[in-house]
Design a protein around this ligand. Sequence first.
Ligand SMILES: Nc1ncnc2c1ncn2[C@@H]1O[C@H](COP(=O)(O)OP(=O)(O)O)[C@@H](O)[C@H]1O
Ligand SMILES: [Mg+2]
Length: 249
Amino acid sequence: MIPVLELNNISYRYPGYSESALDDVTLQLPAGGKIVLLGHNGSGKSTLLLHCNGILQPDRGTVHLDGQTMTYDRRMLQVWRSRVGLVFQNPDDQLFSASVSQDISFGPLNLGLDTATARARVQAAADMCEVTDLLERPTHALSSGQKTRVALAGVLAMEPEVLLADEIVSGLDPSMRRQVFRIFHRLVTLGKTIVLSTHDIEVARHWASLIVVMQAGRILRVDTPDRIFDDQDFLESTGLDIQWYLDEP
Ligand SMILES: Nc1ncnc2c1ncn2[C@@H]1O[C@H](COP(=O)(O)OP(=O)(O)O)[C@@H](O)[C@H]1O
Ligand SMILES: [Mg+2]
């Protein structure tokens, strides 16, 4: 396995809080993987993703991209974020331009691409995420599902090698969900790596090639869906078992 991203002994505490949001997290993300970060609310999934593209800098530990140790100077961050794209859990944290087309163009223009190339990238990403008919809309006038698709298009327009998607599937309706998994499939076919955080065990079970189970800021287990979902004791001990709805009241 060749890791595209590696986190080594990452610990992080939000300023002013006494609890660690991440506690000595070590993780290797295989290139080309369909990786699911699985854990209950508050387990540290978003915090971990924010460390994967340098938005948060760990108190301790290091991050490596293709074997290179990441630093937090401007130049490195710019390269890092163009290679590792993050779609935020809350699209309102991501969208800040007045119109959808400006928002999706922001990344490509920021990369220094010429206008024609940037425009072609925006068009391709908008088509993929089915937001072409929204391009002239103001971003504030979108539904939350539309915002998520626009945020995804903005990240895809950067053509990142690694796509980090923070809980973006749960808020979408079934047809859009299917579309997002089609996009993921296409990206994986192109050799890209996807990291999706979710608390949806069905998504983890049926889509992931690798599951990273998180609990209380730690990584509890990294394993294949087959092995995790065959391990009833583990599922019960983590509260991730799915049998509850079959139990008698
Ligand atoms: N901006 C923040 N400020 C302070 N604490 C935070 C912030 N974001 C998350 N936390 C805390 O960090 C821990 C991990 O949260 P988070 O990474 O958001 O988990 P998840 O994405 O799995 O729900 C939780 O205890 C949460 O309350
Ligand atoms: Mg989260």
